[in-house]
Design a protein around this ligand. Structure first.
Ligand code: PLP
Length: 472
């Protein structure tokens, strides 16, 4: 192994992950990682929907989440169109955008206008939906510990379904529905013993987690009995199963659908009721780096339709109306985070190699996923190009934690320096949503870009915002 002429790593074998290759062009943009309108202009500056990132940085500051509106809405429309066409000859299908990935009033309005439904999992998310004018019947409510106030808000707003998660909640919700004089449509969150992770899923018999009613232990069947006992205040409309995240094929869904449809058939036999709906959850994977190769919705939808139809035919039941809840696969690829580089340090590694630590003006407060889940991201210098060779780098934040890493391993040009703009793609899901004010850092704005124009859909926090709750 030899150190690169720029004094940095330029070959495999220095501890970078196996999927990370030395790029032919360190300024190249891998299309699968970026929203559809991102390109590098002739002068080397990255643009999104025709807007230059240096102009965005000047107008809105850094760090900033830059959201490609057409890309976000096209992905949502693709899911909606694909699932409704693939399931049209069966029981039909609905797509609930999982707002936990990223929600603000404008995004909820897009989902309202574009015909999607919305999955919320707190009173706060429900309030965003309400203020955006999302019709109640197009809202699904999740949560393993919904408060009475949250249940009252959901029933009062006439939501389409509340996914119940415990026996206490069933009784609590029945009391709320009775008190408000409005029956609640409910689904049972079933824990089917399938855990999906990137590139694999694990099917187990045990269900050792906080969500849902165990299928194998009989709690899910008992939940159905409890709900029927609360008629007419509760109306059981279906079963729900969510198996995990970053799912890249239908094998995990195959096991979970088979198991949950087994319960669907048992309920039909025991209660003489064919539940009209079935929700198979979210978790559709996206490409954060070149190691990921997600399938387009049409492949997943076709696979899921085949599985559901086969299982229903085997038990002689009609195919229920299917719903899915993609969050990351709609929001994630639409957005990149734009940072400015403040400092660059090189550190010596074993074997005579070096690594560049490139510090940016954000970090774990705007993207906790790297520290929390060991998530991998990619990035590029977005404000210029040069002839400099690739250098193995780590992009770190400005917070007081050594684990404050944004991009663990990436090749950046060896001349990366203070003042450069760095863009990190794939940050539309679970970054703003999980952001914090750690170290009293104001949270970045969300800038939506469309047809050559940029506008704020969430403004930057100010120091006054940070102090607004302190009692003087
Ligand atoms: C019940 C449920 N539905 C949908 C989602 C969305 O998952 P994703 O954003 O991976 O599609 C989640 C994520 O945690 C979830 O818990």
């Amino acid at each position: 192994m030899r150190a690169h002429e720029a004094g940095a790593l330029h070959a495999s074998g220095y501890g970078q992950p196996s999927w990370l290759r030395v790029p032919d062009d360190v300024f190249g943009l891998v299309p699968s990682l970026w929203s559809s309108s991102v390109a590098r202009g002739g002068d080397g500056v990255v643009t999104v929907a025709g807007v230059r990132v240096d102009d965005l940085a000047r107008e809105f500051g850094t760090p900033a989440y830059v959201l490609d509106e057409a890309d976000f809405r096209d992905r949502a429309a693709d899911f909606r169109y694909t699932y409704s066409s693939v399931f049209s000859g069966l029981g039909g299908a609905d797509v609930y955008y999982a707002g936990k990935a990223f929600l603000c009033t404008e995004v909820a309005r897009w989902m309202r206008d574009d015909g999607l439904s919305l999955d919320v999992c707190s009173g706060g998310e429900l309030e965003v939906a309400r203020r955006a004018g999302m019709p109640g019947e197009r809202i699904g409510v999740h949560g393993n510990n919904k408060s009475v106030a949250e249940l009252e808000a959901a029933v009062g707003y006439g939501v389409g379904k509340i996914v119940v998660d415990s026996f206490e909640e069933i009784d609590r919700l029945a009391a709320v529905a009775q008190r408000l004089g409005r029956p609640a449509r409910v689904m049972i969150r079933v824990t089917v013993g399938v855990e999906a992770h990137p590139h694999e899923f694990i099917a187990t018999a045990h269900e050792d987690q906080k969500f849902g009613f165990s299928l194998s232990g009989g709690a899910a069947a008992e939940a159905a009995r409890r709900i029927f006992s609360h008629a007419p205040h509760l109306e059981l409309v279906g079963l729900h199963s969510h198996i995990g995240s970053q799912i890249f094929d239908t094998s995990g869904f195959e096991v979970s659908a088979r198991r949950v449809l087994g319960l669907h058939a048992d309920i039909a036999q025991e209660h003489g009721v064919e539940l009209p709906e079935l929700d198979l959850g979210g978790g559709f994977g996206i490409a954060y780096t070149t190691e990921h190769d997600p399938l387009p919705p049409k492949h997943l939808a076709a696979g899921m339709a085949e599985i559901v139809e086969r299982e229903c035919r085997a038990s002689g039941l009609a195919v229920p109306r299917i719903s899915i809840e993609p969050g990351r696969a709609i929001a994630g690829p639409s957005t990149f985070t734009l940072y400015e580089v403040g400092t660059v340090k090189t550190v010596d590694l074993d074997g005579g190699a070096t690594r560049a630590y490139v510090s940016v003006d954000g970090g774990m407060s705007d993207n906790i996923r790297t520290a929390l889940y060991d998530a991998n991201y990619s990035c590029t210098v977005a404000s210029r190009v040069s002839e400099a060779p690739p250098m193995l780098s780590r992009v770190v934040g400005k917070h007081c934690e050594s684990g404050d890493i944004v991009v663990m391993d990436e090749f950046l040009p060896a001349d990366v320096r203070a003042g450069d703009l760095i863009a990190v793609p794939g940050t539309g899901a679970y970054c703003r949503a999980l952001s914090s004010q750690y170290n009293h850092t104001p949270r970045p704005p969300v800038v939506a870009v469309r047809d050559g124009a940029a506008r704020l859909i969430v403004r930057r926090e100010t120091v006054d915002d940070l102090l607004a709750l302190d009692v003087p």
